[in-house]
Every structure is written in structure tokens, then in C-alpha cells.
Write a protein that binds this ligand. Sequence first.
Ligand code: GLY
Length: 316
Amino acid sequence: MKRRDFLKTSAVGLAAPSAVFSGTNYKTNKNNPMLVSTWPFGLIANKAGLEAYQNGGNAMDAAEAVARVPEGDPNELSVGWGGLPDEQGKVTLDACVMDSTGNAGSVAFLQNIKHPVSVARKVMEDTKHVMLVGEGARQFAVSQGFEEMDLLTDKAKKAWEKWKKTRKEMTPHETHDTIAVLAQDENGDLAGACTTSGWAYKLHGRVGDSPIIGAGLYVDNEVGAVGCTGLGEEVIKSTGSFLVVELMRQGYDPTAACEEALKRIIKRHNGNPDFQVAYIALRKDGKVGTACLKWSFEYAVARGEKNKLYKTKGML
Ligand code: GLY
């Protein structure tokens, strides 16, 4: 379908729900633990989540385990250790978690700590707060026993030095692949995690959508869990993940909900955004939906023994 036709079709609301739900009508997916995670690295990372389930872990344990895999991989240029730095050559990390009780924790602009997702979980579980940033987040992490280390690898430093010669602005789809993870355990409870090094060569101090509850991640245990990747600024401005959850609450199918949230971004950009945003949604009944603005987007779904990579084509 051409872009113009698509926009025409969407204007008449083909993706709208057949019924408006008040509250939740979704049957809970039980005894069928699941994981949905963004990008091809999600496929390998999901294995750590499946292992967490096998060891008796719940959805939060599994989501955290998945997120820690790319965080701990020095060859991964967009998450955790080895992430591309900001314009000053500093690796600054954003992450958040949200569990089935509606509790949430987050860290932003965190430096020198390899696993921001685990620090975010500590913020959720061991403080009265939701979000810690920068130096305060680092001090908190150290006080909780997290080791400090230099996160700038030779590979990332070389890329930054090359970039400095031209200072060409990098769009997020060129340089970063956030991992968002949605998990549902055997009780049917939902949780999620999201972690990234953000927009490569960003301004020092920039924070994206990934640590913002409701933007990069949102979990409502009655309805579903949603996470995203792509240009964080646009996701923050549309409170993206919360919006997709609320659309599912109203009865939108998970994919239709993701598409509806993206249509608002498309509209704001006069039908022609030149960046990527992709959503993944896991509804309470175990139904998965995704959508992305442009090009294509890959995500991994693990269900029981199966763990498979899927591709979604861009809406435009
Ligand atoms: N979506 C990740 C970021 O914009 O930082």
C-alpha cells in the first residue's frame, strides 16, 4: 500500500477496535512463559530469560536477565558496556524496569556501571523513588555493590574518534538499537525492562525515552506490556508505550495499537518522518503485536521451547 493510501485508510479508522472495553476482558495467558525482545540481539538474549524461568524466576527476573545480555557484551555498540559514547566521548546509559504490581525503577545518564537495568531494579525495590540520574545514580549503584569500570571500549572509541573528524549528525536508526524486553511468566504476570546507550554522539546530558516510564516501557498487569526502540525524543513526546497499553485497554489488537501510536507520530511529521520508531506489545492473553515507522524491524519471541526472530515491515 502506498503511503498516501495508507493514510487515507487509517483516517477512516480501519484499525479501530470493534468494541470499546471498559477495564479488562483479556483472558490471562498462563503456564506459557514468554519473552518478546527487540532486534536480533534479542534472540540470543532471550535464552538468558528462558533460563531464569527454568530456575523459578518470575517475569521481572526473566526480563532483567535478557536485558543484561547485550549490556554485558562489549561488542554491542548500542547498549551497556561498549555502547557508543556521547559527543564528549562519555558512555552514558539509560534503563528502566516495571513489574506486575505497577512498581517501576529507572536510571538515566548513568556512567561507569555495566548493568544499568539491575541498578534500575534496585531503585525500584530498595528505594522510595522511581528514578535516579547521573552522579546520584552512580553513587547509589556503588553503594549497592555495583563495580565501576570504564565502559568505553577501543572499538567504540575508534568510532567516536572517526565521527569527531566530521561531526556528522547520526540519526538513531543509524547508531542505536535499544533492547526493550517484555516478559510474561507462568502465572501470567507481566514485567518489562529497557536499556540503551542512547543516541550515539548525543549532547552530553541527553536522556532518551528508555528510562522514562510510559515512554520507553510500560506495564499494566491487567492489559499488557509495551516497549520500544528508535528515536527517543519522538517516543517521549507521544508517551508512546503508555499510549499503546491504553489503546489495548480500549480493545485495540496489539499490532493495531502499535500502529495507531505510530500514526500520531506520522501525522506530526506531515506523513513523512525520516527516523525510526518501533513498538513491541505483549497483551495479557499472550498475543504479540509490533509495528515500526519505516524500513523494517526485527524482534525475538520466546514461547515455551521456541525462540524465533520475526521481521515487521515499516508502515511507510
Ligand atoms: N530509544 C532510545 C533512545 O532514543 O535513547
